[in-house]
Design a binder for this molecule. Structure first.
Ligand code: F6R
Length: 601
């Protein structure tokens, strides 16, 4: 959610800033901008919309200089206009910001009363004006920036650049991620290691409240109290941060196709031979699973697994609701936070709320260096690799796999299943990459349906049991990518209201492996067909043989063990959204109004 980059470099910095912003664009694409200092003079270029607009602008109106900052924006305060685009400049300072300055209104009133009027509506411009005012009063750039950072409330990662200062950059982090990159005679600041990977593999992840003073000679790090502190430097695997489409038309298509391979990687990690899961469930009475969006639907599936397989009660919470409903938490309970990015502000705030109130905090997380991974008692990596498409796909299936393995470990620890059953279950789970591969063959039949689906105004998704959350996920993916209104329902719930929506124009996607609940789902499907609803039945050979007649369309899935069905049926849910979006011509990898990493509340 907004990406920031800062470079004190050896070469012309504008192309490097744009390259870093390209790698950060997943964090927002409402506008982009850069500022540099050249021969002591601070200047900037900004453009509304995607990064390509800024790079086109720089072709005609270049920006020289070897020191610079850059920003790609996901708008929070103020519309996506050039005036509201970062970097914000006031007097001799320019600043880029990720997060929200929550006390910006009283600060703005204070500034206005003092004759410092903002041009736009952003919270960030207030930060620039505050620093400019301190400098007008005679403060040195470093003191001005540090004193203003002390006054800011909310969440932020900031990078400041100053007119007349070619070898100085100030940064700060509180609630939003920020990392320092160490080069040879160059220094970098960035929202993540992916942005810094083209320049260096030596990274220092900053702690909450840290401030940094960067020069080409190195970095001075201060904690929130202003005390100089050491922070470890890590070497990152630059190969792991590679972002290319690998011959696919979209990142999302590549990431869907990668699922068999990344699931195999995760299996090799967690089930090299026996189950390797560093958790002992013997003294836990209850789990709370907390996440947002697609990750929340992974928790929803996992609730079925933990309760059915391990007889362990589970609450699931949407992270943005969790702390505000003041849940009852005890030390016999664990809280599990599921997140691709590990930086989602709502989930991070929920984690901080639970810390100290539950027996253990656990993160099921993709970005192993993220705030969540570092703040929990136990971090379980999902090993999906870099996910670039804004809509989560391979991270979802890897989250599901890790949650399923946790449920199996819980079942064994709690003596609900014995050694032999665990071994048999693990053998079943090992078939997953192959089954996912087989499921990929539905891509062509689904692509053939997409023109028809793209015409729809509304689409309903139905499922039952652990496939119900897949109906929710299918609807979410479709909405976010194709902008078609879609809802997911438990099939049995349709008759309690939503069936009023059914007519011959509404496609109803029924996700229904031939499991114990199949007949019930089919009854609900018949109720739709009796009202001329257009049913798309996605099932296995037996399911289609029993219930395919009279459906508008059918898609045949491989036979799948019940426990793996939520993972394998993710594939058609993802592909329906993908191909419908392609048919509609929407922006698959960067849908409107969204960002990959949502670091504001
Ligand atoms: C939907 C999607 C989002 C994320 C949600 C949580 O396709 O990607 O709903 O799942 O924003 O993000 P993470 O997992 O990074 O916490």
């Amino acid at each position: 959610m907004c990406g920031i980059i800062g470079i004190l470099g050896k070469h012309e910095v504008a192309p490097q800033l744009v390259e870093a912003l390209r790698r950060l664009e997943y964090r927002g694409y409402d506008s982009a901008g850069i500022a540099t200092v050249n021969a002591g003079v601070l200047d900037r270029r900004r453009a509304v919309g995607k990064l390509v607009n800024l790079s086109d602008r720089l072709v005609h109106d270049p920006l020289a200089g070897k020191s610079g900052i850059g920003h790609t924006r996901w708008a929070t305060h103020g519309a996506a206009t050039e005036t509201n685009a970062h970097p914000h400049r006031a007097g001799k300072v320019a600043v880029v910001h990720n997060g929200i300055v929550e006390n910006f209104r009283p600060l703005r009133e204070e500034l206005e009363a003092d004759g410092y009027a903002p041009e736009g509506q952003t919270d960030t411009e207030v930060v620039a004006l505050l620093v400019a005012r301190e400098m007008d009063r005679g403060a040195a750039p470093r003191d001005a920036a540090l004193s203003v950072i002390d006054r800011l409330e909310g969440a932020f990662a900031l990078a400041f650049l100053f007119d007349g200062e070619e070898d100085l950059m100030i940064g700060a982090r509180k609630g939003s991620p920020l990392a320092v990159g160490h080069g040879e005679g160059e220094m970098f600041l960035g929202s993540d290691a992916i942005a810094l990977a083209p320049f260096t593999n030596r990274i220092t992840y900053l702690d909450e409240g840290d401030r940094v003073i960067l020069t080409r000679a190195g970095v001075e790090i201060l904690d929130a109290e202003g005390t100089r502190v050491p922070r470890a430097m890590a070497r990152i695997d630059v190969g792991a941060t590679q972002i290319d489409k690998g011959g696919f038309r979209h990142f999302m298509a590549k990431e869907i196709a990668q699922q068999p391979a990344v699931l195999a990687d995760a299996l090799a990690h967690y089930v090299p031979s026996d189950l390797n899961m560093p958790l002992d469930f013997r003294a836990v009475d209850r789990l709370t699973l907390v996440a947002c969006g697609t990750a929340h639907y992974a928790c929803h599936v996992a609730k079925y697994w933990f309760e059915q397989i391990a007889r362990l009660p589970v609450d699931i919470d949407i992270a943005s609701e969790f702390r505000y409903r003041d849940p009852v938490l005890t030390d016999r309970q664990w809280a599990v936070f599921v997140s691709q990015s590990g930086e989602t502000a709502d989930t991070l705030a929920a984690l901080r709320h639970a810390t100290g109130r539950v027996g253990k905090t656990v993160a099921v997380v993709n970005v192993a260096t993220s705030s969540m991974a570092r703040e929990v008692d136990v971090a379980l990596p999902i090993l999906a690799g870099v996910e670039v498409g804004v809509a989560s796909t391979k991270a979802f299936s890897c989250q599901l796999l890790v949650l399923l393995l946790m449920a199996l470990k819980a079942a064994h620890d709690r003596r609900v299943i014995d050694d032999a059953t665990l071994t048999a279950r693990l053998a079943e789970v090992r078939t997953l990459p192959g089954l996912m591969n087989q499921a990929m063959t539905v891509a062509d039949p689904i692509a053939a349906l997409s023109d028809d689906l793209a015409e729809a105004q509304d689409i309903l998704f139905l499922g039952r049991g652990p496939i119900y959350p897949l109906a929710l996920e299918g609807a979410l993916k479709l909405k976010e990518l194709s902008y078609i209104h879609a809802e997911g329902y438990p099939s049995g719930e349709l008759k309690h209201g939503p069936i009023a929506l059914i007519d011959s124009h509404v496609p109803v996607v029924v996700l229904a492996p031939r499991d114990a609940l199949f007949d019930k789902t089919v009854s609900n499907m018949q109720e739709v067909m009796a009202r001329h609803g257009r049913v798309l039945l996605i099932s296995d050979a037996q399911g289609l043989a029993e219930a395919g007649a009279g459906c508008w369309r059918t898609v045949r899935m491989p036979d799948v063990p019940d426990v793996l069905a939520p993972l394998v049926y993710a594939v058609p849910a993802q592909l329906l959204a993908y191909h419908t979006a392609v048919a509609k011509g929407t922006d698959v990898d960067q849908p409107r109004n969204l960002a990959k990493s949502v670091t504001v509340e």
